[in-house]
Design a protein around this ligand. Structure first.
Ligand SMILES: [Zn+2]
Length: 90
């Protein structure tokens, strides 16, 4: 496969392009990448959000943080509910 002149080996990213701002959807690690074949440098996940726009990456990070904390809250209230029911049956 010939590499286009002025492009990185991924064939998508130009040398003149800015870095991608990346947010790992698995561990919420934020990092920069030069090319689009992005793997999280922290957990190795390939489920990574990326955009040239740092503001969009921040928004995605915020969104992921929110959905993660909602998930935790939901689980906490569930375990409280279970505890309550257990103490009632005793
Ligand atoms: Zn990760």
């Amino acid at each position: 496969m010939a590499v286009k002149p002025g492009y990185y080996p991924d064939g998508v990213t130009k040398y003149t392009d800015p870095f991608y701002k990346c947010v790992c959807r698995n561990c919420l690690h934020k990092f920069w990448s030069v090319t689009v074949d992005i793997v999280c440098s922290k957990c190795g996940s390939m489920d990574v959000f990326y955009d040239f726009d740092d503001g969009k990456a921040d928004k995605e990070l915020e969104r992921l943080n929110q959905s993660k904390s909602e998930f935790i809250r939901e689980n906490q209230s569930k375990s409280e509910f279970i505890r309550e029911n257990q103490s009632k049956s005793e």
